[in-house]
Structure formats: C-alpha cells, structure tokens
Design a protein around this ligand. Structure first.
Ligand code: SF4
Length: 484
C-alpha cells in the first residue's frame, strides 16, 4: 500500500502492450507470465454517472449491457474476460505431497479453509504449484463462470460482473478466493474483492482522482506531493483488486508499465531533485514485479546519493503470501534500510500463510507496518479492529495507519462517518498495547496530505491546570502553568 494515499497500496495489471525490449536489464519472463493475465482489458477515459435503477432493470430483463449505457472506462468489455481455469469439483483429495520450495525445511502452514477449497476446485494442483506465486498469478479468478462456480452470487454481484464496466478490473488470487465465504455475500473479505452494483453509484464529493495525484506528477508514474518524498509507480498491476482502491482510475488498466525508458526518466528526475530523500515504491503492487526488475529499480535508487530511505507498498502478504520467497527477501536485504507497508484489512487475512510471509520479511530485517482502510461492513467496529491489530502484532507487523476511505468514485457503500473512525481509535487507545493503535488519518482531498485525527483528550483548562480525559472518560489535571 501506499503511504501517500489509502485505499491504494500500489499495484497494476501487467501491461498487455509491454514488449521485451521495454524491460529493464535483467528482467525475467515474469512480464510475459503476467501479460497472459492482462487479457482483454481496454480503456477509455470518460466517466459518467448513471441511473442505477434503470440500468439494473434492463440488465435483469436481459437487454442492453450496462457497459454500453454508462460509457464505462473499458469501452464496454467485461472486466472478467479470461476462460475459466477452474478444475474439476469432484475429486476428493489433493495429489501426493510434493516438497514445496517455498517453505524449505520448515513445516508447511496448515490452513483447513484453503485445503478444502483446493480439494474442491484445484484437486490436481500440487503443493509446489499452489505455493508458487507465478502459478497463483496465472490462475487468478477473473471470469463470471469462475465466480459462479466458486460462489453463490447475489444479484448485485452477478450484475456487476456481467456489466464489467467498473473502473477497476476484477481479479482474485486462488489463495485469497479460498478465504471467501462461498455463501455469504456480506462476508467482509468477499465484499472487498467481489464487485457489486453499488460501484455504479456516484455520490457528491467523489472523484476519480480525489487526492489530486495527477496534478503532482512531474514525470509519468511519479507523484511528488511532499517536499522530501515521492511515490514511484513502476506498474499498475495487482494480483487481486480491492474494490475501494484509491488508485482505481489507473490500476489494472495497463497504462503504467515497467519499461526502462519511463523508469529512466523517473531516475533522471530524482537525480536532479536533490531534496528528495524518501522514495515509496508502490503501484499497483510493487511486489508484482519480478525479483530481477525490482532488484534493478532498487539498485538504481540506491545509486542516487541523496536518497536515504526506500519503502515498498504491497498487499501481497495478505492476498498472495506465496510471493514472499527466500529469493525475494535475500534480494531485498541487499538494499537496507528497506521498509515495507502492507495492506491488511481484517483479522481473517491473518492466516498461517500470511504469518509465514511476514515472518520471512521480518527475519530479513525489514520493518513492517500495516496500512488499513476503514470500510463499512468490513472492519468498522472496535472488536474486529482489535482482533486485527492484535493478530498483526503477533505477525510482527506494526499497525501504522488507519485510513478514512477516500472519496473515490463509486465507493460510498464502503465509507463510514468520520465519527466511526474516532470511536474505533477511542476503543483501542488505553484498552490495548500502544504499539497496536494505528494513527487514524484522512488524506485531504485535492492533495492536502494526511491529516491525523484523534479523539479529544484535552477538555479544557482551569487556571494553571490542563484538564485531560483518559481512556475511561475520567478527567485528570496536569500542571501546565500559563507562561507570564
Ligand atoms: S487494488 Fe488493492 S492492492 Fe492494488 S493498489 Fe489498489 S488497494 Fe493496493
């Protein structure tokens, strides 16, 4: 995820247009692999509001596709266009265990939910394949057929998948799909990755680029909003697309590609701009890059003397923990200090696989922080948030930011009142470990940057005493003489 925004950790769809000679030196066949998944995503730039009721009634009547009615970004093509890759549902058992290089001599994490899903939908897939992030990328769930096979779709989900004209493509890694409740469309994880027709609704105050990033981009794929730090977008691909993504105007559209020419223009800008000391590599998901390409980017950044601090934004440990390989962390540790911001949302994401991935990163000396978006019906209560932050600490991830959901187009169904965020922080502060309490922030629309919000703790003054309220709501005095 991105520290410069949220709802966007940074990832992007592998560009279908990327040619091999566009790749930086040392890049592998990953882009080719990813490009297989780019499928048929096409795009236009217009946006529009719609008469939702009219559209839905026509959809259910089997008339004109919604995409042709609303001037969708993808020009009316469905966002879920790949042929099904699902395997037989009938086989009762997994194939014999084949050693999975991901876990080496460590025991392979046991996750009954994932095992049951594999037995049902991928019975012939070996552990080695399932644990291979490239296999997971190639077999992302993207078609209506696949979703219908794996989930009992609600009308709202079905219609959104049929229409496919949402700004953001649809894709879910098989691993993350295994965590979804097949029967409950209101399950928190399912709500975050399966589109519904609520995405078609635009409300006042929403915008495609609410943070004004496009206006702070001196070079394509670089956002320079704060004096000393920049956001570098190497690609716009994500293994799994979050329905509330702040950067949904770009992610998955194949417009930001990791080619050497564009990245060299960014490095040149950074070499010339000596006040920049901090670079966040995000996207899309920065870890959707191959090890070789990420190695090249990090090496180029580390060769710029005034760049001191490099961070990586990702949701991979939550949606595709298989990406965190020994080879990846061995490469990353060459470039210390490297920090990582991980996008976790809900305690059900804290699985044995995810824990193993975070431990591998932490063991490589990479400090881990979580950036969580506050989402209605997903994590908007104290109990859920407390479970999440406790599990994160046990996974060696420090809860860092809690983001108010940005007013991105079509996200009103996810947005809570600000009072809800304050209530959650109030319910955490003093009631659990200080390390477990994230900073609640609003990313100011228009590019104002992050503004922290705190429940009121200073209730007033009585002469030379400050009156303070503690976590139990009791008032205390603190001597704070008014200076003459
Ligand atoms: S879709 Fe999700 S993982 Fe990708 S950039 Fe947006 S928030 Fe991050």
């Amino acid at each position: 995820m991105d520290e410069s925004s949220f709802g966007g950790c940074e990832c992007s769809e592998p560009p279908a247009t990327t040619s091999e000679h566009d790749d930086p030196p040392g890049s592998s066949s990953l882009l080719q692999i990813l490009s297989e998944n780019a499928a048929t995503t096409t795009r236009t730039t217009e946006t529009c509001s719609i008469d939702t009721e009219s559209v839905l009634s026509r959809l259910r009547a089997g008339s004109t596709p919604v995409s042709t009615l609303r001037g969708s970004r993808n020009g009316g093509k469905t966002a879920v266009a790949e042929p099904p890759t699902t395997q037989s549902k009938s086989s009762p058992a997994l194939p014999p265990v084949v050693d999975s290089p991901l876990y080496g001599s460590s025991p392979r994490p046991s996750n009954p939910r994932t095992t049951e899903f594999r037995e049902r939908f991928f019975p012939d897939v070996s552990n080695a394949e399932w644990d291979d992030w490239r296999w997971q990328s190639r077999h992302r769930i993207r078609t209506l057929d696949q979703f219908e096979t794996m989930l009992d779709l609600s009308d709202e989900e079905h219609d959104a998948l049929v229409e496919g004209g949402t700004m953001l493509p649809v894709a879910v890694s098989p691993y993350y799909m295994s965590l979804l409740d097949p029967h409950d469309p209101l399950q928190p994880l399912r709500k975050t990755v399966v589109p519904t027709t609520a995405e078609f609704i635009r409300t006042p105050g929403e915008a495609d680029d609410p943070l004004g990033e496009d206006g702070h981009s001196p070079v394509p794929g670089l956002v320079h909003r704060y004096p000393d730090r920049v956001l570098l977008l190497p690609l716009d691909f994500c293994s799994t697309y979050c329905r509330y993504c702040t950067r949904s105007r770009v992610v998955g559209h194949g417009e930001i590609v990791p080619n050497a020419q564009r990245l060299e223009a960014i490095f040149h800008y950074l070499e010339e701009t000596t006040q920049v000391r901090d670079v966040l590599i995000s996207g899309g998901d920065a870890l959707a890059l191959s090890d070789e390409k990420l190695d090249w980017i990090l090496g180029r950044l580390r060769a710029i003397p005034h760049i001191e601090f490099v961070r990586i934004g990702t949701k991979m440990p939550a949606v595709l923990p298989q990406r965190i390989t020994t080879e990846l962390v061995t490469m990353l540790r060459k470039y210390h200090p490297i920090w990582m911001s991980i996008h976790f949302l809900h305690p059900e994401e804290c699985t044995p696989e995810s824990k193993a991935a975070c431990e591998r990163l932490a063991d490589a000396g990479i400090p881990l922080g979580s950036q969580t978006v506050l989402l209605k019906g997903v994590n908007d209560n104290v109990d859920t948030m407390k479970q999440l932050v406790h599990k994160l600490l046990l996974m060696r991830v420090r809860p860092y930011y809690l983001y108010q959901c940005d007013p991105i187009s079509g996200s009103s169904h996810f947005r809570t009142p600000v009072s809800k965020g304050l209530e959650i922080v109030q319910g955490l502060r003093g009631h659990t470990t200080g390390y477990a309490v994230p900073t609640y922030v609003i990313d100011a629309p228009g590019g104002g940057g992050k503004i922290p919000l705190q429940p009121d703790c200073v209730v007033g003054r009585d002469g030379d005493d400050l009156l303070l309220k503690n976590f139990e709501g009791k008032t205390f005095r603190y001597p704070d003489p008014i200076q003459g």
